[in-house]
Design a protein around this ligand. Structure first.
Ligand SMILES: [Zn+2]
Length: 262
């Protein structure tokens, strides 16, 4: 599932390709039952508008303007926003498209239908209504440490709690714990303050690097988990002789190295 770095890369794509162009039409694709998409009135409201700004909060992307309306996109498990220019053909599984004046198009490809597109008035009101926590790249250290230090859930689950810290999912929580040497099932409430600080630092380092490389995993350091995230492969951490493995933690598949994570 796309997480903070992947969503930030998508936001950048929109910033680079979709601003200051007049919307001629917003349309739905084929086979759109069971996916949350705008209705006819909302689609009509986008016509004639220009998007002038983008935002992202956690795993939510926003495209709009000071006077609104905005569209907000959640990529779900495998959704992706794909800008293209005619005569290039539309990606398969397009569920929503914006037709800009001229040849530019923006397609929302969502084969598994778990994402959504909504037309909203204001991103801040939407974030508040969804009760999303602060974005993982802007959360205050104290807020983070207080929450995690008081959590009796598996630390992996706590990091993925969107109502407390928005943006971390299965993949990046594994990376953060790999780098801090913590077993994914440890409880935050069992950790000392300095350990909680190292989790916060690792969260900032890993997510920032993910943003810098625009979620291109081949550009992540070789000794990180994500580029090597396969069971039975050698632990990539320098000096560690362990083998990577996986197990279910809080209902999600956690990859980790039992030799240096405890
Ligand atoms: Zn290891």
């Amino acid at each position: 599932m796309p997480e903070l770095p992947e969503n930030e890369a998508q936001r950048l794509t929109l910033e680079r390709t979709c601003l200051n162009r007049t919307v001629e039409a917003a349309e739905l694709g084929d086979n759109i039952t069971h996916i949350d998409l705008p209705g006819d009135n909302e689609l009509g409201r986008l016509k004639g508008r220009q998007f002038t700004e983008t935002r992202r909060h956690g795993k939510n992307i926003f495209l709009g303007s000071k006077t609104g309306p905005w569209i907000t996109v959640h990529l779900g498990m495998s959704g992706w926003l794909i800008p293209y220019d005619l005569p290039e053909s539309e990606p398969d599984h397009t569920k929503f498209r914006i037709v800009f004046e001229g040849d530019r198009r923006l397609a929302f490809r969502c084969p598994r239908k778990l994402g959504h597109v909504k037309v909203i008035e204001d991103p801040d009101a939407y974030i508040a209504a969804k009760k999303l926590g602060p974005d993982a790249l802007s959360i205050e250290r104290n807020t983070f440490v207080d929450f995690l230090g008081g959590s009796k859930a598996a630390i992996k689950s706590a990091l993925m709690d969107q109502n407390r810290i928005a943006g971390i999912g299965n993949l990046w929580s594994d990376e953060i714990l790999f780098q801090t040497g913590l077993d994914p099932a440890r409880k935050g409430s069992d950790l000392k303050a300095d350990r909680l600080d190292t989790v916060f630092d690792a969260m900032l380092t890993t997510l920032s690097k993910g943003v810098v490389v625009e979620a291109d995993y081949s550009r992540l350091p070789d000794d990180w988990l994500i580029p090597n995230r396969k069971s039975k492969s050698d632990c990539p951490r320098a000096g560690c002789e362990g083998k990577l493995t996986h197990r279910k933690v809080g209902g999600r598949t956690a990859y980790y190295c039992p030799a240096h994570q405890s």
